[in-house]
Design a protein around this ligand. Sequence first.
Ligand SMILES: CC(C)(COP(=O)(O)OP(=O)(O)OC[C@H]1O[C@@H](n2cnc3c(N)ncnc32)[C@H](O)[C@@H]1OP(=O)(O)O)[C@@H](O)C(=O)NCCC(=O)NCCS
Length: 167
Amino acid sequence: MKQPVEPFGDGVVTLRLVEERDLKTILDWRNRDEARVWFKTSEKLSFSSHKSWYERYLAKNDDFFFLIEVGGQPVGQCAIYDIDRGAGSAEIGRFLVAPEKAGHGYITRSCEQLVRFGMTMLDLSYLFLEVMERNDKAARIYKRCGFREESRSEGLVRMGLKRGAAK
Ligand SMILES: CC(C)(COP(=O)(O)OP(=O)(O)OC[C@H]1O[C@@H](n2cnc3c(N)ncnc32)[C@H](O)[C@@H]1OP(=O)(O)O)[C@@H](O)C(=O)NCCC(=O)NCCS
């Protein structure tokens, strides 16, 4: 069973765990042509496969998937997963903005909050992510949050952040 997580944020964005009632909204964001091409699984997903994925996710305790809210309204999503408490590491990703809320800095703020959650609440010392090398917009956000390129292969850039590293 998934461990509960209290909502957290910076006073502008609030990150709370995704609930079943959010699935339709986030699937609509995810299935837009402009969005899905940036994910490794880039085809359109059906609601039933999305719901099955969510049910498997609910059974995991190494994966936290957040809805981002501003003023109580959903503006995007993000996640921290493959949490390895022994190694003190995890991956972050699944960043997606609601199309009408893009460019307000909400995803940058959420990435900062996710880093804080991983490093302080989960006590991890190293976070990493993968981004397509053509996805400059996403890569700029990660750099602003302190991530640095570690390697690249087959069109994917791996970026990492160690606890205490200067931005
Ligand atoms: C990547 C993605 C999540 C970014 O969302 P976004 O809403 O544009 O993100 P932000 O608003 O936080 O930051 C983006 C821009 O807003 C600008 N911005 C505007 N107002 C801002 C504010 N008040 N505070 C901070 N930044 C602000 C930033 O400077 C930044 O500009 P830049 O793109 O020139 O660097 C979005 O483009 C998306 O959903 N893409 C499809 C899915 C995807 O690529 N996901 C990542 C997979 S690795």
